[in-house]
Design a protein around this ligand. Structure first.
Ligand SMILES: *Cc1c(COP(=O)(O)O)cnc(C)c1O
Length: 501
């Protein structure tokens, strides 16, 4: 057996063994106990961290220790110094942003992934990593009732990326190169891309990285009347105007479940437009895509058969831990054309035979983790039945919260609830009827609620309306947490009104 022992003759400390299996067993057990205790006591911490910027630098030593410190001392400092500076995303009272859901199965998958530390840039470097990824991407595609054109068992395929940003970047680059091959590289400044004013901010970033001029990134206006969904006729008008101006439309990003309000863009009608101009249609379902494993939500993906790619992030609503974003593409060859590399040091017969998937050619980086293990454990240990019920439970709790809001005449729902996000605001009328004063009231309400440490919510603004976002779905959240949050929101609102009167 090879050993990982290294010794430093000049060191007074003797042998240095960074990976001793028995030492690992002992420390890992201690850490697992620490984590389970953390999960048990998570409700005792303020959800939103109460520390001030710079708090940690003042607390920790200015330099790294020259001599080793005992592991117990480090764990103690995690408890003392790190935990107070955490915003507890896994708290059952976390209703901010979108939840980052986790599970025992995914954690165990992550442990296995980390333990192998295989770097699966090509098939040969980690056959199981590549093949398992192919299997789980097809499994999940099947669960979402995606057409065969997105599956390895059909003519497409899927890949695990870290985040939506990377998924979008890779597909834009593929669409860009397809267009440049036709019109010539010197015309890159003519390429135009489309989204709505509700498209995630990461979209414009990815476009810029891909070399699209910022002035050619169209953010088409949405309206409250259309529940902030992207209008196919406005997209068509914008594309026609750009074509008339000599520009070249290449890419349209539609969203199923926008970040501010979970608006759903109409895929079938958008695909109609995109297809007729040979524009790449990408569907971003980062959060809400996961819900489409339930038949009652699947209709939001209707039209997907006419799109070119779809991404969704299981690290949001699919119990899978950061980071994990699924990307399916209809024409993997376009991704490969744009992203493949072929250095001497990675050459091998199998890759040359084109009979294997080399995932380095489907992503930005070369090295990659065995992320599929996490998803595989979630799918196997829970099964479709439990995963559907997980989605439905969250939606049910959001529905309950929506009911509370609707039953109180001083509050109102701002945009229709589609999944497990409720967008609402305090609107008591009377002296607070001006838009500015309603906004002020809601800003105050949010700040006060969050400062209690008992609940964490966030806000957004759509169509000029400031709204509070109550996103249900942290893994540990139960009905009682949602009820307590509503009671808190109401009582803080009462207090604010009382103070102003
Ligand atoms: C959260 C979100 C993103 C960015 O998420 P990733 O963590 O990069 O996957 C992109 N689009 C939408 C609609 C989102 O909600």
């Amino acid at each position: 057996m090879g050993s990982f022992t290294t010794s430093f003759p000049e060191s007074p400390l003797g042998e240095f063994k960074p990976l001793d299996p028995e030492e690992f067993r002992k420390r890992a057990h201690q850490t697992v106990d620490f984590i389970a205790d953390y999960y048990n006591s998570i409700e005792s911490y303020p959800v939103l961290s109460q520390v001030e910027p710079g708090y940690l630098r003042n607390q920790l030593s200015q330099t790294a220790p020259y001599n080793p410190e005992p592991f117990e001392a480090v764990l103690k400092d995690v408890q003392k110094d790190i935990i107070p500076g955490m915003t507890h995303w896994l708290s059952p009272n976390f209703f901010a942003y979108f939840p980052a859901t986790v599970s025992t199965a995914a954690f165990l998958g992550e442990m296995l992934c980390t333990s192998f530390n295989s770097v699966g840039f090509n098939w040969l470097a980690s056959p199981a990593a590549t093949e398992l990824e192919i299997v789980v991407m097809d499994w999940l595609a099947e669960m979402l009732k995606l057409p065969k054109s997105f599956m390895f068992s059909g003519t497409g395929g899927g890949v695990l990326q870290g985040t939506t940003s990377e998924a979008i970047l890779c597909t834009i680059v593929a669409a860009r190169d397809r267009a440049l091959e036709r019109i010539g590289k010197e015309n890159i400044s003519k390429l135009v891309v489309y989204g709505s004013d509700q498209t995630h901010s990461t979209y414009a970033k990815a476009c810029k990285i891909a070399g699209i001029l910022p002035c050619n990134i169209r953010a088409i206006a949405t309206t409250a009347d259309a529940a902030f969904a992207l209008s196919p006729s406005l997209v068509r008008e914008a594309i026609e105007a750009d074509v008339a101006a000599g520009l070249v439309p290449i890419y349209l990003c539609a969203t199923v479940g926008t970040t501010s309000t979970t608006a759903v863009d109409p895929l079938t009608a958008l695909a109609e437009v995109a297809n007729s101009f040979d524009v790449w249609l990408h569907v971003d379902g980062a959060y809400a895509g996961s819900a489409c494993i339930c038949p009652e939500f699947r209709s939001y993906l209707d039209g997907i058969e006419r799109a070119d790619s779809l991404s969704l992030s299981p690290h949001k609503w699919f119990l899978t831990f950061l980071d994990c974003c699924c990307l399916w593409v209809k024409q993997p060859s376009l991704l490969l054309k744009a992203l493949s590399t072929d250095p001497e040091y990675l050459k091998n017969k199998l890759s040359e035979s084109n009979n294997v998937v080399d995932y380095k050619d489907w992503q930005v980086g070369t090295g990659r983790k065995f992320r599929a293990l996490r998803l595989w454990l979630v799918l196997r240990c829970y099964g479709v039945a439990n995963l559907q019920s997980h989605i439905r439970t969250d939606v049910g709790m959001a529905n309950m919260f929506e009911g509370f809001v609707k039953a109180d005449p001083r509050f109102e729902i701002v945009t229709p609830r589609r999944f497990s996000l409720v967008c609402f605001r305090f609107n008591p009328g009377g002296a607070w009827s001006e838009p500015d004063s309603i906004e002020l009231l809601n800003r105050k309400l949010l700040e006060r609620v969050n400062s209690t440490g008992k609940v964490y919510m966030t806000h957004s603004k759509v169509g000029g309306v400031y709204l509070l976002r109550f996103a249900v779905g942290a893994t540990l959240t139960q009905e009682r947490h949602v009820m307590a949050a509503w009671d808190l929101i109401k009582s803080v609102a009462d207090k604010i009104i009382g103070e102003i009167n």
